[in-house]
Every structure is written in C-alpha cells, then in structure tokens.
Design a protein around this ligand. Structure first.
Ligand code: DON
Length: 563
C-alpha cells in the first residue's frame, strides 16, 4: 500500500517533466506594475484582477489562495495549511504560520503497531493522516491585518468558479485519473473526482461553492464552526478519525518573525519554524558564500559538489534539531552562526564525496540536550507576498469531506512517526519533530523574499517536499551569482541532496555527461533515471528598470499574469 501511495504521489508531483538545457535566453512575462504567479492561469488572473480593482497584495493573496482551492484541487486548498512571508512597500517584513497542527487526541506513537513498528501508510493516507487545517484562519488573519477590499469580494470569484466549473488541463486529467483508486479507498461514498477525466472536461464543485459561501457569510466561523465544522467532524467520525469540533474551534494562525540573513550583498527573508526552509537556506547559503561562484560554471560538477556538501550537512541538522518552536527549544542563532557553519564545512574536500554515514548533526553552541503549491505576488504599491501552501501529497489524505466538497490534508506524515524512519519524502527526524497534541509538524516550505540595497528584488518559492529548500536555494544563486533572468532561472535543471538517502537526485537530461562522470568518480551516487523533476518555482524578479519579470515553472501549468 505504502509503495502504491508513494509511486502515485511521486508521479502526481512530478509527471510531465521538462527541463531546459538549451542555451538561448528565455524571458518571462514582463509587466510595469504588478504581478501574480501561481500554479494556474485562472488563479493568477483572479489575483491580478483584484489588484487591478485597487486591492493590495494581501487581498490578492486571499483571492488567489481561494481560487487555487477550486481550480487546483491537487494542492490548492482550504483543508490544508501553509506559510506566508511578506514585505511591505516601506520595507517591513513578517511571516504568518497557518500550518496544520496535530489534533488534541494525537500521541507520539499513534502510527506504531504493538511491536513499535510504523504502520505503513497510516500517517500519509486516509483519515488518520489529517492534521487540523490552518488555511482559512490564515486568510482571515492576513485580511484583518492588511486587507483593503471586503472579504466577500475576494472570495466571490472562487465561489463562482466552483459553481460554474473550470476546464481541467491535460496534466490535471492524468493526475485525477491516477488517483481514482485512492479516492475510492479513502472515502465511504463516491466522490465527484472519481471518474475518468479528459482534457477540457468541465469540473463543477457545488458543495465546495456552498462551503465557500458559508465562509463568505460567517467569516472564519463559516469553516471552524457551524455547518462546515459539523460536516467535517461527522465525516471524520464516520471514517474513524480523531479530529473534533474542539480542535477546529481552537485553531489559530500565528505571526512569526522570519529568518533574515545576508548573502553576497543581498538580504534574504524566509520562513522560520515550524518550517525548516529559512534555517536550512541560511545554513546552505552561508556554507557556500566563501566560494567565488564566478569561477565555477553553473551546474558543473564542482558546482553540484559544493552545493551537495552544504546541503548534506544542513539536512543532517534539520533531522536532529528542528521541530515546532512552540514545543522544542531550537538554538536558531547557533545553527546559522558563521563560526558554526565554518566548522561544519571544515570536513569538505574537493577530492572526494563526504559520506552521509560520516556526517551527523553538528555540535552547536548552547544546545543541551506532491503536492504543494507556491504563489508570488507583487502589487502596484510595492508590497510583496510569498506563499507556499499544501495538502502535503497530491489531494492530501484523499478524503473529501462529505457534503462540504474539500480535500483534507495528510500533513501528519511530516512528523517523525518514529526516530530514523523516513516519511514519504525520505526525510528522517528525531524527538524534536515527534508528534504531540496541538504541535505543528516540521515543514520544508520556504516562501522567500530577497532584497538588495534596501529594495525589493525577488519573491520566490516552490512545492516539492524535501526538495523545496534546494530549489529555492538554486534560484537565489542563479539570480545573485549567475545574474540570470527570472524565467531563465526557473527553467534551469535542478538537483538535490538531503543527507539521507545519500544520493544526488538530478533532473533527467539536465546535466552533461562530463559533470556526471566527474561526480561519480568523486564517489557521488547519482539518481537520474526515474528521478523526477524537482519543484515548480513561481517567482517574480524586479528588473533594474523597475519592471517585473515573472518566472512561471514550465514543469506545471503555472502562469504569470499582471499589468
Ligand atoms: O511541509 C512540507 O514540507 C511538505 N508537506 C510539503 C509537501 C510538498 O511540497 C508536496 N509537493 N510537491
């Protein structure tokens, strides 16, 4: 079962790979004032139209997120969660955590059998894998703090699209058809997605439209209380799950301080715990900062080697130290201190690969003891919003709330069910990321904003599970060190190392044979055949002339829209 889920998940996340190894200069959509880049044209357009009506980036965030919940059901969601990093037009930065959390009745060993072994698939499929959703609380929090237009105007386009339908793309039809069996297995009724789809079919979601109307009319309570909550909890009970009305009532989104650090005259602002993205990004960029990349060709063996070694060390720390900051004490400053990073990289040698078996987490000072989706927005006022949101793997738990028409996440799999046992992304964890009631599971999401000379330079992020961090990393390097344009950067072939398993995952056909031969000779194991595309980066670059360039990932149906 676990294997089937994994295979399906992976194919959903990554099918239809296209990488670009050609040399020609590629340019994305250029606009004068404002832009939204998301996984679907309809959602980007709805966000951009809100901006045109005078809404700001935060209004556009609400509208885009809700539109994605309709038009991109594989990951866009109201039954999941996510993270948002923002930068206002006067340079203030902040972050919102609307990550799911473990239900009150959750416990450390809830996915283990009587012998203490992990029960395959229990944390990643079906009703037991569901965390308490945070998306709607997140949207109301953003709207309350920053919104300009009335909430009802922001949600209405999503309601209309749910009711009137949208045309499924070829990629969507394939993904839906691949998941039919799992929809049947996860639910006790025939869900509307459970049929044979083809490109151009109209997908209408009346029950979802009604749920969105309850949110429009009753605010946050339209989701966390009243009819929607009752439908949610009744269905959870029918399927034998543990989420209660109290869980829903108690959910709160939390404002967090982003991780902020400098990389080669740029200021990077990224997500803090419970997302590991910002910390890992800081560790990896600081590890490679002493090296002059202008002397190392992009995607050459030296380049892959350097990043791999930095990634290996950072992911080893991630597995040991990182978890929900409200539950575990994480010495963030020590983990990203220059002196610590320098020590970690001391064992790096150009002569051969370090073995992951020889790398553990470092000793830090003062320490005692597919599918996601990303969208980037810049408005005509200069505000920037970077949001990564997810149900975890494609269509989450595959549970579609009966009578309410939305998918529930399978985010509980992002906890460490047992120390050292990998989750669906092959990530291992430790005590820091163990399950506890109301704790948030560790995430790899990395919504990021980059500043240069006190001005907004770039907004970016991606889905891709554990590969999120390294995809964001490579795009920052593409722009900062290799001076690429935004679309050019997004299209470039990517690779990934995460400590364990000890191999470099590479996009097929993206790397030349000399690069690969050199790496193999140094002792690196490469996984290329069947290794799949890595992430779907949606990003915006501020050009020197003040215009905006979008980077919409050609690996998906992603699209930049603006004016
Ligand atoms: O939070 C995380 O790290 C994962 N749940 C993200 C899942 C993801 O990116 C799937 N998409 N491709």
């Amino acid at each position: 079962m676990r294997k089937i889920i994994l295979a399906l998940t992976i194919s959903l996340l990554f099918f239809n790979c296209k990488t670009n190894s050609k040399k020609e200069k590629i340019t994305g959509l250029i606009t004068e004032k404002a832009m939204v880049v998301s996984a679907r044209e309809e959602a980007s357009k709805i966000g951009s139209d809100i901006l045109k009506k005078g809404g700001n980036a935060y209004d556009a965030m609400v509208a885009t997120q809700l539109a994605l919940a309709v038009v991109y059901p594989v990951a866009g969601n109201i039954g999941g969660g996510g993270f948002m990093v923002y930068r206002t037009n006067n340079g203030k930065t902040g972050a919102l955590d609307f990550r799911e959390k473990a239900p009150l009745n959750a416990s450390k060993d809830m996915y283990l059998d009587t012998e203490g072994n992990v029960i395959p698939g229990k944390s990643s499929f079906g009703i037991h894998s569901v965390g308490v959703p945070g998306t709607i609380a997140g949207l109301f929090e953003v709207h309350h703090k920053f919104g300009g237009l009335p909430f009802k105007d922001l949600i209405q386009p999503a309601i209309d699209m749910a009711r009137e339908g949208f045309k499924v793309t070829n990629k969507q039809a394939i993904a839906l058809n691949l998941t039919r069996k799992l929809f049947e297995k996860a639910n006790n009724y025939k869900v509307l997605f459970d049929k044979e789809w083809k490109k151009g079919d109209l997908l209408k979601q009346e029950e979802l439209a009604q749920t969105l109307e309850r949110i429009r009319d009753n605010g946050q309570d339209g989701f966390y209380k009243g009819k929607t909550a009752q439908l949610f909890v009744d269905y959870v009970k029918e399927l034998g799950g543990i989420i209660s009305l109290k869980d829903l009532e108690k959910y709160r989104a939390i404002w967090r301080k982003p991780i902020t650090f400098n990389y080669k005259n740029h200021k990077i602002i990224s997500m803090n715990l419970p997302a590991s993205g910002g910390i890992c990004l800081a560790q990896i960029l600081k590890s490679i900062a002493p090296f002059d990349l202008t002397k190392i060709a992009h995607n050459s063996s030296k380049y892959v080697q350097l990043l791999t070694e930095a990634e290996r060390r950072s992911y080893a720390d991630r597995a040991h130290y990182l978890g929900d900051i409200d539950f575990v004490n994480v010495q963030i400053d020590s983990l990203i201190a220059a002196s610590y990073i320098k020590k970690r990289m001391n064992s790096f040698s150009w002569d051969k690969a370090t073995k992951s078996s020889e790398v553990s987490h470092g000793a830090i000072l003062g320490h005692e003891s597919d599918q996601t989706t990303h969208y980037s927005i810049v408005d005509q006022f200069g505000n920037a919003v970077s949001v990564t949101t997810t149900l975890n793997t494609g269509y989450g738990s595959k549970v579609l709330v009966k009578g309410a028409g939305f998918f529930l996440n399978n985010e509980m799999d992002d906890f460490s069910a047992k120390p050292g046992v990998p989750n669906v992304y092959g990530l291992v964890g430790s005590k820091a990321n163990a399950i506890a009631p109301e704790k948030r599971m560790l995430s790899s999401m990395t919504p990021t904003i980059v500043e240069k000379d006190g001005k907004l330079k770039m907004v970016l992020g991606t889905p891709g599970g554990s590969t999120i961090i390294t995809s964001v990393l490579q795009n920052i390097i593409n722009i900062v060190d290799y001076k690429m344009g935004m679309q050019e950067s997004v299209n470039k072939a990517r690779f990934h190392h995460q400590w364990l398993p000890d191999n470099i995952r590479m996009e097929p056909n993206g790397f030349d044979s000399t690069t690969k031969d050199n790496l193999k000779e140094l002792g690196y194991e490469l996984v290329e055949r069947n290794s799949l595309i890595i992430g779907r980066v949606d990003a915006i670059l501020m050009l020197p002339n003040g215009k905006l360039e979008g980077g919409a990932d050609p690996r998906g149906d992603d699209k930049a829209v603006g004016f």
